[in-house]
Design a protein around this ligand. Structure first.
Ligand code: FES
Length: 292
């Protein structure tokens, strides 16, 4: 079985859910909403975790190279310390994202966190050994840490690439849409100030859309939430931090009706918005930038 197949099997094993679920709830309770949004990357329009993990990973990998050159070993120690310090924001951003994921991602995420903790412990031990003048032990511990951190990075990569953790599910759905204007039906059929389900098409595939009418104006989006494909057409329209937003019924992400920007997480990616126009009393929509 391939490494990826093994990770998929691990994601299916519920054995440790009894320990994982309380940990998830503890993370959610410990982090205030505003701080969580900071960690998710809601303000950035992109997940923060893959950005900040570059520091510990890059520092520790570079330290491994410099440790192989005796005159460079003091610099390696500095890089190891940098990686240890940078692992704190990396862990916080990862924990915030992990606490809002589905069961399979949470299981692999728990393994990812465990292996990262082991790697961190090895690097802290390496720093202690180096301070005591036991350079050989320090290097052995840091190389062991690098091996564990590499394995952990593979798990994190699987969470992103195979399990779509952190990916925009709305962008994926949008790719299936036709390039033509889509007929969303008569304006008068849309309820006022509430999301309504409409269907777009692309290559014979039905793509759920959501439309919100406010008077003569209609804002239309891909119907699958960018976070985890929640049904935005079953959501609500609310004022969130001074912006009129479409709120997802699954985890409460709020997207600005103006442009789809996330105003409250856990979503970090924006919601794909369609441009609209009226044609003989009917609402027409399409993704912007596409040819007529
Ligand atoms: S699916 Fe999670 S907030 Fe929409």
């Amino acid at each position: 079985m391939s490494l990826m197949g093994i990770l998929d099997r691990v994601a299916d094993v519920p054995t440790f859910d009894k320990a994982i679920e309380p940990a998830r709830k503890a993370v959610q309770a410990a982090l205030p909403q505003g701080f969580k949004d900071l960690l998710h990357g809601t303000w950035l329009g992109h997940p923060v975790h893959p950005v900040v993990v570059q520091v510990p990973v890059g520092s520790w990998l570079s330290a491994g190279l410099l440790d192989a050159i005796p005159p460079m070993r003091p610099a390696a120690t500095l890089l190891i310390g940098t990686g240890v310090a940078a692992s704190v924001p990396a862990a916080l951003t990862g924990a915030a994202d992990w606490s809002e994921q589905g069961a399979g991602v949470r299981r692999l995420g728990a393994l990812h966190a465990l292996t990262n903790t082991v790697a961190l412990g090895l690097y802290v031990g390496s720093l202690a050994a180096r301070r005591q003048g036991r350079g050989g032990l320090g290097r052995a511990l840091s190389y062991a840490g690098l091996g564990v951190a590499t394995a952990s990075a593979a798990i994190g990569g699987h969470m992103s690439y195979a399990q779509s953790s952190g990916a925009s599910h709305a962008a994926t759905a949008a790719r299936a849409l036709s390039t033509d204007w889509l007929d969303l039906g008569p304006l008068d059929d849309l309820p006022e100030g509430r999301p309504a389900l409409r269907t777009g098409r692309g290559g014979g595939v039905a793509v759920p859309l959501v439309a919100v009418r406010r008077g003569g104006r209609v804002d239309a989006f891909v119907g699958a939430c960018s976070h985890l494909s929640g049904p935005l057409y079953e959501g609500t329209v609310e004022d969130v931090r001074g912006h009129t937003c479409l709120v997802c019924p699954w985890h409460g992400s709020a997207f600005d009706l103006e442009d789809g920007s996330p105003r409250r997480g856990p979503a970090a990616n924006p919601q794909e918005k369609l441009e609209t126009r009226m044609e003989a009393g009917r609402v027409m929509a399409r993704l912007p930038g596409r040819e007529r």
